[in-house]
Design a protein around this ligand. Sequence first.
Ligand SMILES: Nc1ncnc2c1ncn2[C@@H]1O[C@H](COP(=O)(O)OP(=O)(O)OP(=O)(O)O)[C@@H](O)[C@H]1O
Length: 221
Amino acid sequence: MTPLLTVRDVHKGFAGPDGLVPVLRGASLDLAQGRTLALTGESGSGKSTLLHLIGGLDRPDSGSIRLGGTEVTRLDDRGRARLRRDAVGVVFQQFNLIPSLDAAANIAFQARLKGARDPAWENELASRLGLAPHLRKFPEELSGGQQQRVAIARTLAARPRLVLADEPTGNLDEASSSAVLDLMLDLVRQTGASLLCVTHSEQVAARMDARVHLRGGQVAP
Ligand SMILES: Nc1ncnc2c1ncn2[C@@H]1O[C@H](COP(=O)(O)OP(=O)(O)OP(=O)(O)O)[C@@H](O)[C@H]1O
């Protein structure tokens, strides 16, 4: 299968009071086009850090991250911004919706930036995610679960090749989490995207095609 994402020997540390604190110490993983992968690990093990590096939100100290034909670590700020706009979609733990835009405009936001709006697909996403009655509401008028579904719709509306999700159903109860996850997996598969999903939940991890575990700064099967 074609590898979409190849992470090799990635190191990343953060400055602490006593010098550099290593977080990733030679992390490697592969993700094929159209596959889903769970990334688990204890709190503080570096899961979000690795997701940020893959999404071009931050740079590793060393190592290689290849996405499609692009070496992400060699991109300058503009290149990384383009990568985030065109190829990668991120569903954050905190949703990051734009407070001044209603749900419909939030859903369209990423696709609009990319210059690839598809209103029919946006409507399908809104309807499948149960958001149709809420499209004119602003984020502050939406429940946590509704905001989460808007964030998922916004990401998928832009049809990214790679979806990075950080605890995408972390704020939902178990039944809603399972329903939203089902939908997200279904919609990800419909677009042919790959999904790398950070999770603490055994149930969520078990739904992915494969899973890896981050321990001691490295990725173990
Ligand atoms: N920008 C930063 N500056 C300094 N330290 C950071 C920064 N980002 C992350 N860290 C540190 O790196 C370590 C790993 O953090 P990270 O958020 O990647 O862990 P995680 O596995 O995602 O945790 P959780 O499951 O709790 O979300 C933590 O010790 C954290 O304090």
